[in-house]
Design a binder for this molecule. Structure first.
Ligand SMILES: [Zn+2]
Length: 65
């Protein structure tokens, strides 16, 4: 239970929490928890729209930068 953990990973684009495990989409980071959530979430679920919006933000930024 060390309190000196400096490597908290990267900030996830969807949950905006620092996570250690995840994948990179372009230059952005998506944690493994959110990735699983997105895959599990039904496309008619309002949550799915939120996830898509977050992901679109990444795509747009990369295209227009
Ligand atoms: Zn996340």
């Amino acid at each position: 239970m060390a309190m000196t953990n400096q490597s908290i990973g990267e900030t996830c684009i969807v949950c905006e929490q620092p996570k250690e495990q995840g994948i990179h989409i372009y230059t952005k980071f998506l944690c493994i928890d959110c990735e699983k959530e997105i895959v599990r979430t039904d496309t008619v679920d309002p949550k799915y729209r939120f996830y898509l919006q977050q992901l679109k933000k990444i795509m747009n930024r990369e295209i227009y930068s």
